[in-house]
Ligand binder design. Sequence first.
Ligand SMILES: [Zn+2]
Length: 66
Amino acid sequence: MAQDAVREACLACDRGSNEVPLIALVFQGATRWICPQHLPLLIHDPQRLAGRLPGAESMAPADTHD
Ligand SMILES: [Zn+2]
């Protein structure tokens, strides 16, 4: 049987909580993790996470222009 459990690791760099602090996210009912280093990627450029975070391709980046 395929092991399909999501490991506790950053969406972007795949480092685990033994290497970096991980911030838990719940997205579309699934819990995922991201490290502080890649949190800005999720905020500003979520489409780059498409493929790693299913559904990310439809997320709009935050509009933080001031
Ligand atoms: Zn990361």
